[in-house]
Ligand binder design. Sequence first.
Ligand code: DQQ
Length: 539
Amino acid sequence: NSMLSWQRTAYHFQPEKNWMNDPNGPMYYKGWYHFFYQYNPKGAVWGDIVWGHAVSKDMIHWLHLPLAMVADQWYDKNGVWTGSATILPDGQVVMLYTGSTNESVQVQNLAYPADPSDPLLVDWIKYPANPVLFPPPGIGAKDFRDPTTAWLTSEGKWRITIGSKLNKTGIALVYDTYDFKTFERVEGVLHAVPSTGMWECVDFFPVSNRGENGFDTSIKGKNVKHVVKVSLDDDRHDYYALGTYDEKNVKFTPDDFKNDVGIGLRYDYGIFYASKTFYDQSKGRRVLWGWIGESDSEYADVAKGWASVQGIPRTVALDRKTGRNLLQWPVAEVESLRLRSDEFQNLTVNPGSVVPLEIGTAAQLDIEAEFEIDKEALEKTSQSNMEYECSSSGGATERGAFGPFGLLVLADDHLSEYTSAYFYVVKGSDGQLKTSFCSDQSRSSLATDVSKKNFGSFVPVLKDEKLSVRILVDHSIVESFAQGGRTCVTSRVYPTRAIYGAARLFLFNNATEAIVNASLKVWQMNSAFIHPFQPDQRN
Ligand code: DQQ
């Protein structure tokens, strides 16, 4: 239905049609980035899941390849579900994935490239003796899925973890193997958190506390911290914790139990789920992929013939300034799409004002913005003992002393539609300033069958730092990275007027006391090339 095609994105990865969900088995192999994904070839809703496959030289422009794996065996008849790739030291690729069997039991299966000399890895072989793992005793037949990338133990075995639950406790089961065909269950669990429910798509990886961009999954040593990420089936968000991995006792211990996995930090406070990282050995960085679903109705998805996009791949590294959170940032390659830019220096945005930014059209943008608020007003204010929560607030229109202020993206001239991305600062009972960053969908669309949620969270702002945000705007997606990627928020929005050439960009300040000084650079973004592979593109 071409009537709804304006919501398609121009530079975020999506198949030509139908339903997509989790990223699967991302890796870099013989000069190509490979991306597999959960895909329904038959329609725009979840079901009949197989593995879609695309390749890219830069994770921005993509060539769609034939389906990598379909549901053609008893052990994956009800779905070729999520899995991960491991690249062995000799370059061999091993893929482990979950199959939902003919009886809907969740089992783990092994697959490998039919022709390792083919950089495109078009054909895949399922190991004839699959499945390689069944749900262990005491674990529900439908609570055993999404194997991770394997990492090496000191004894030279490969170790993986698989998400599950015991009653309402989310757990990560551990298995060791030499050959990915026979596995040995490791007693206990890598990690468990009560009341978090089923853990989907567990991810486990090292980060450097010295500043490197990324580590191979098997790295060990003094400069290493570990991250556990889980996708909570019950609330559909991806949570992570930083901590320590004790190899001998096969235990992850979070640095801060109050911020344990599933109850503390999220990768993204908007729509972002079932994410997975991989180590990009070509650039020495760790890259995160995340599934960004729709926030309109299933009826609308069926009508438009497709559902879901993938977020722009993000580099992930420890935030060495705080030591307590990760930093996520769009991969540098996205900057190759930047076209013409406009710059605005030191604009004064007074309380209660909206400032149009004359940049032409604004449906495909990359925005870098910095804000400073007037310190005197902050010191003099009588408003203290304040709390702020994006989700329960009135969004861009509810005024406080020091917020909200920021940007209105995907807006129309008359502001009948806009998505606000804003900061809100409060002075707490301890006299300390606390900053929230929010992305509000409540005014994004005149349509009624869409989510009107306001997403966001607290963002750490260190002394002498300005407030800053990077925002990628792409027709129906707004991906924001506040304070260098400490807090990220992704919204899916469905404007009916603020589309194509009618989309505009504004600054706004709806604080009552704070005068805001804003500086921005705004790039128009080119569309990415995302098309079916043609034989002459084999290079
Ligand atoms: N999606 C897959 C499962 C996974 C879930 C099925 C997470 O393997 O647990 O499509 O979105």
